[in-house]
Ligand binder design. Sequence first.
Ligand code: FES
Length: 73
Amino acid sequence: MIVCVCRRISDQVIARAARAGMGFDDIQLEFGVATQCGKCESCARSVWAECLPGRPVAHLLRSEHERTTPASN
Ligand code: FES
């Protein structure tokens, strides 16, 4: 899912960066998250905080599940 519409940055990108040990400021500098309109900052910070090293990976697992599970219509 796209978190930052202005920069087209997904939760997967933020999660990967957080798990690599990047701080939120680093993610802003590297990807431009929450540096334009700023409306994504709260969500982006939540994704980042959930995915810091040592945190549960429920967010990533849920996203992986949604990506690989066919929709039941
Ligand atoms: S949606 Fe992220 S800066 Fe606008």
